[in-house]
Design a protein around this ligand. Structure first.
Ligand SMILES: [Mg+2]
Length: 116
């Protein structure tokens, strides 16, 4: 992951794009890419969204990659070690959503009786 992060940083450096990469701009770019991913699924039925054709699946992979690459750029800019942050957030999620209490429910953690 470090290698990929360095590669995307170098890509920006080579194009003199770092000057555009404030945390504000990167967070917006990340959201735009997430929207491009959502646009692929917009208007599809639940069933259609599960059975993409090869070309649409490839487009989804590219937009998902765009989101990921902006995550790497933003994490670098904020000096966040993304793998550690994700592991830490998973631990927090496990505390907020005890499997025995939340199984099969889509409610938010504060809606459960044991909410922190
Ligand atoms: Mg894109």
């Amino acid at each position: 992951m470090k290698e990929l992060q360095e590669s995307v940083l170098q890509f920006a450096r080579d194009r003199d794009w770092e000057k555009f990469h404030s945390p504000k701009n990167l967070s917006m770019a990340l959201a735009v890419e997430a929207s491009e991913l959502m646009e692929i699924f917009q208007w599809l039925t639940e069933s259609q969204s599960r059975e993409l054709d090869a070309a649409t699946r490839q487009k989804a992979a590219e937009e998902l990659a765009d989101v990921f690459l902006y995550c790497l750029l933003l994490a670098d800019k904020l000096d966040i070690e993304l793998l550690n942050a994700a592991k830490s957030k998973m631990q927090k999620n496990a505390l907020n959503y005890p499997a025995d209490e939340v199984r099969g429910s889509a409610r938010k953690y504060h809606e459960y009786s044991k909410a922190p």
